[in-house]
Design a protein around this ligand. Structure first.
Ligand code: GH3
Ligand code: MG
Length: 434
């Protein structure tokens, strides 16, 4: 089931402010446009180092990342980078020219990445980097390597990308860490290690953790040409040969994390109702059936409630479709509050369901009755001012059918639907539970 993090995941909002230090006005305004097309973010543009220093002194606490041109009228490469990094702010360096010595300097200085100011493509790359680094602040990686120097380099490279790393020399300890730290999304593993090889380590992980949720990258300096295939066949998502450059490491890690994001986004879109953010019909029937079968195996009955707004068509007719949508959203929010630990879904226009995890019948009927009364007594705010027709607020009522059963969700649904129909027929705004 999707958790709250996953539900709010699709947002492309960058928290804080993106600082752009760039003296060419045309370039900075195109950059701001590209950032705003791809992301929702606040930007501040400074044309000189002096201006940037002022902004940093005043507002460093809210600046989440800086994009720095390296050729400013009043400062050298290193001065620009130092001024920003002094506040612990990650730097993406922009450069018009490129040389090995500049690359070495930038990497020594610990920038997240450097980008050649060439085309629109490079600006889009900057936008994707800003998004990646922002998301990386939530990413936890597990690094396993028996070599202290490798661990140090990888930890350092991950820190540059704002990824938190948990490092260990022992794959056995790493498996235990994975059990404890449920939010690890990336594993980087060496191959030749005492007690367990990297390939064996990956095999062990894949017994419990799917590729779509946890990315594993094998890392090795072995001459064995078949090792890459071994890693991938055991369930690794990718492989980086040692020795590797920072740029290669960054690209591989980014690509793998982006793949996880893409899968998460796709899952979110296919399982969620767009208007309310609740689960949709498809998700409800798929995961509801599993929950019901699990309950049946444990010899427990399951309870299902079907909720439908009364005379909803009249709201649409009288106030318009938009107000109808507001009523649906209001009901969905209230359901999320009342039934936070249950499976709640919108399965039709104004029809909602709750599959209860709890077992106690009286408790379930009590909370459903409280919910019905709360909806009746809590008008929601209409947009615009009050008019002769209404006082600016609108109350709705709901009818509820509730049923219990074992194993078959469709059969349970049929009974709950029948009871909903009985609630409607008996005058609406009531609960019928058989
Ligand atoms: P009852 O009390 O018997 O449930 O009557 P009702 O008017 O609520 O039910 P009916 O089935 O007659 O009408 C439901 C209406 O809901 C018809 C449809 O146009 C509207 N509807 C369905 N989906 C949406 C939606 O997403 N937004 C809005 N605003 N209206 C919707
Ligand atoms: Mg209705």
């Amino acid at each position: 089931m999707l958790n709250q993090n996953e539900r709010s995941f699709h947002s492309k909002t960058i928290p804080g402010v993106v600082l752009i230090i760039e003296d060419q006005k045309t370039f900075s305004s195109v950059l701001v446009t590209v950032l705003n097309t791809k992301l929702t973010c606040a930007t501040v543009v400074c044309a000189t180092l002096a201006e940037a220093r002022e902004v940093l002194a005043r507002s460093h606490a809210v600046i989440s990342i800086a994009i720095c041109d390296l050729t400013l009228p009043d400062g050298s490469n290193e001065e620009v980078i130092d001024a920003v990094q002094a506040h612990g702010i990650p730097v993406i360096a922009l450069t018009g020219t490129f040389s090995d010595s500049l690359r070495n300097l930038l990497l020594r200085r610990g920038v997240v990445d450097y980008v050649l100011k060439r085309s629109l493509n490079s600006l889009e790359y900057v936008a994707s980097l800003v998004e990646r680094v922002t998301r990386n602040r939530q990413i936890k990686a597990l690094v396993v390597d028996d070599s202290e120097s490798s661990l140090t380099i990888i930890r350092h490279y991950l820190a540059r990308q704002k990824i938190t790393a948990i490092c260990t020399k022992s794959p056995v300890d790493a498996l235990a860490i994975l059990e404890q730290e449920k939010d690890i999304q990336l594993v980087l593993s060496d191959h030749e290690m005492p007690h367990m090889s990297g390939v064996e380590f990956v095999t062990q992980i894949r017994k419990k953790h799917r590729k779509e949720k946890l990315a594993i990258i094998g890392i090795s300096g072995s001459e064995d040409k078949t090792l890459v295939a071994h890693f991938l066949k055991s369930g690794a998502n990718d492989f980086i040969p040692k020795p590797f450059s920072y740029e290669e490491f960054l690209c591989r890690v980014t690509q793998n994390l982006q793949m996880l994001d893409l899968i998460k986004e796709t899952l979110y879109v296919s399982n969620t109702d767009y208007l309310t953010g609740l689960y949709n019909r498809r998700y409800f029937f798929e995961s509801g059936q599993v929950l019901l079968q699990e309950a049946a195996v444990a010899n427990q009955s399951s309870y299902l409630a079907v909720i439908d707004i009364d005379y909803f068509k009249r709201i649409n007719d009288q106030f318009g479709h938009d107000v109808g949508d507001l009523a649906i959203s209001f009901l969905a929010r209230t359901m999320q509050t009342f039934f936070a630990s249950e499976l709640v879904a919108r399965i039709g226009g104004e029809e909602f369901v709750i599959l209860f995890h709890r077992q106690e019948k009286n408790e379930i009927l009590d909370v459903l009755e409280q919910f019905r009364a709360h909806i009746e007594q809590t008008p929601f705010q209409l947009p615009g001012a009050a008019s002769a027709n209404h006082d600016g607020r609108l109350a709705i009522t709901v009818s509820i059918g509730c049923a219990s059963g074992n194993g078959d969700l469709h059969a349970l649904m049929k009974v709950a639907d029948l009871r909903l129909y009985q609630a409607k027929k008996a005058g609406r705004n009531r609960l019928v539970a058989g």
